[in-house]
Design a protein around this ligand. Structure first.
Ligand SMILES: CC(C)(COP(=O)(O)OP(=O)(O)OC[C@H]1O[C@@H](n2cnc3c(N)ncnc32)[C@H](O)[C@@H]1OP(=O)(O)O)[C@@H](O)C(=O)NCCC(=O)NCCS
Length: 157
C-alpha cells in the first residue's frame, strides 16, 4: 500500500480550532500534552518552536512540534545544532493509517535542510502502549539518557 499523502501546515487562525480538537485515545493521554498546551508553549518560544498541523486532504489529522535550536541560536549547546521532536500525535480515529510515519518522513526532510541537520532526537514516556515501537521502526535508537523518566532516542539523518 502506498503511504498516505500528508502535508505539514502552519497552525493558523483558520485551522487552530480543528487542531485543538484533535485527541489521542484516552489511555494515550499520558504520553503527550494536549495540543492546546503545546500551542501555548510554542507561543512563548517562537524562536525555537515549530508547530505544524499534520493534514490529509487539507484537514488536520494530527499535530507535531519540533524544538529547533540551530548552531547560531544563543542556547545552542556548544554552538552545535539541537533538533528535537517535542510533540507528536495523531487523532484517535486516524491512527493506524500511516499518517504518523508519513509525517515523520516530512520532518526528516525538513531537518535535513537545516544547518547541521544531521540528527533528530526525541523522547518518550515508557509504558504499555507507548510509542517506542513506532520510533524504533523509523530507525531511532536509545542514547542511554533517561531524564525525568523519559527515554531519549536519536536518529542519524
Ligand atoms: C505514535 C502515533 C503518533 C503513531 O501514529 P499512527 O499514524 O497511528 O502511526 P502509523 O500508522 O504511521 O504507524 C507506523 C507503524 O508504527 C506502529 N505503531 C504506531 N503506533 C504504535 C504504538 N503506540 N505501539 C506500537 N506500534 C505502533 C504501527 O503499527 C505501524 O507499524 P507497521 O508499519 O509495522 O504496520 C500515534 O499512535 C499517537 O498519536 N499516539 C499517542 C501519542 C503519542 O504517544 N505520541 C508520541 C509522544 S512521544
Amino acid at each position: 500500500m502506498s503511504p498516505p499523502k500528508i502535508e505539514l501546515r502552519e497552525v493558523t487562525r483558520a485551522n487552530v480550532a480543528a487542531v485543538v480538537r484533535l485527541q489521542t485515545k484516552p489511555e494515550q493521554s499520558r504520553f503527550v500534552a494536549t495540543n492546546a498546551n503545546s500551542l501555548a508553549e510554542a507561543y512563548v518560544q517562537p524562536d525555537r518552536a515549530w508547530p505544524r498541523a499534520i493534514c490529509a486532504d487539507g484537514d488536520p489529522v494530527g499535530f507535531l512540534m519540533l524544538d529547533l535550536v540551530g548552531p547560531d541560536h544563543p542556547e545552542a549547546p556548544d554552538g552545535r545544532a539541537s533538533y528535537f521532536l517535542w510533540r507528536l500525535m495523531v487523532d484517535a480515529i486516524h491512527q493506524g493509517r500511516g499518517y504518523g510515519r508519513a509525517a515523520m518522513g516530512s520532518v526528516f526532510e525538513h531537518v535535513r535542510g537545516l544547518p547541521d541537520g544531521v540528527a533528530l532526537k526525541t523522547s518518550y514516556v515508557p509504558g504499555d502502549g507507548c510509542p517506542e515501537p513506532f520510533y524504533r521502526k523509523l530507525g531511532f535508537e536509545p542514547t542511554g539518557v533517561v531524564e525525568d523518566g523519559e527515554v531519549e532516542l536519536r536518529l542519524a539523518l
